[in-house]
Design a protein around this ligand. Sequence first.
Ligand code: HEC
Ligand code: HEC
Length: 306
Amino acid sequence: MGCNGWERVRTLEIAAALLSGAAALIFAGSAVAETPVERGHYLVESILACGNCHTPKSPGGMPVMERNLSGGGLMFTLPPFSGAASNITPDKTTGIGAWSDDEIRRAIVEGVRPAHGRLPNTQLAVVMATPFFKAMLPRDLDAVVAYLRSLKPIQNEVAAPTYRMPVRHDKYPDAEAGFTEAVMAEPVRRGAYLVTIGHCMECHSPSDKGVPDFARLGAGGRVFNAQLVQGMPKEWPGAKAANITSHPTAGLGRWSDAEIKRAITQGISRDGRRLQPPMAFAWYARMTDADLDAIVAYLRTVPPIE
Ligand code: HEC
Ligand code: HEC
């Protein structure tokens, strides 16, 4: 791909990450003083990476931050569904400005739209990772809603989706088991929480005809290409999700912590190869070091699978 759009994208992404890094430092240092909007900002713009789908992208693949979360960033053409990510800014007509807090919470964790407005009572397509988001602690879910409410309303009509089959959500074991505030003090469990709400294993577990195989958690193999996902730069070659289990050769078993963190935040593999989207490297780069360490600690516990 050479020194083209992507290199520029990286530079800009890093600049953006540095700017929000200052905020992240404040968060890490004073979790108690953090307001719900600040917490929601941190989560949405880092581990949750809502904008990876919901923020429009420039032709070079850069998120257009002036239009953050206003919809249409990525489009999907899958057997059960064709459509784009919705406008989730508080615009009253084209966004979610007329929804109550409860209705927003329900859409995120249950995947159901309210009984009024655009597409009333419809279920959100499976690409919205609701079986993972449902693991969010109540405090974090409230914070996400507070942050979405604080956004600038942007008018942007996203074309209506086409549904071809009923929505089928597969349960993610850690999300079903749930998390508590108390376990957030243990790095491995906090890492499991972040990996759950970041739906890492949705991409990184094998899947057969849309059915994920969580018995092979983290073994990789899912393929992403321009037939399935639209909105990437023209030259995007697609990507196949890697094995991120603790297997010594097939997975991350022999990687150092720093190498794993570099892959997650900068999109550089152990051998220096540049990793391709759709993984949300630029968002993950805004995570605090403590949260990244927790993710690495958890990944080390994922059973090795070849
Ligand atoms: C992998 C891509 C992806 C990610 C990541 C994602 N979404 Fe979505 N989201 C979608 C798509 C696609 C739709 C539209 C689904 C449909 O039309 O059935 C959607 C719909 C929604 C809706 C319904 C709005 C409406 O009017 O239709 C809300 C609310 C929402 N997402 C919030 C979020 C939040 C908050 C996050 C981060 C926690 C998030 N999404 C992360 C893809 C994504
Ligand atoms: C939207 C799908 C998706 C999500 C979500 C996702 N990844 Fe990835 N990830 C990929 C793909 C695809 C690749 C391979 C990219 C390539 O080879 O160019 C990858 C590569 C990686 C690599 C590099 C492995 C190697 O061998 O080079 C690591 C480490 C990784 N992901 C960890 C994570 C973690 C941790 C999370 C959650 C915080 C996560 N991923 C979320 C799709 C995803």
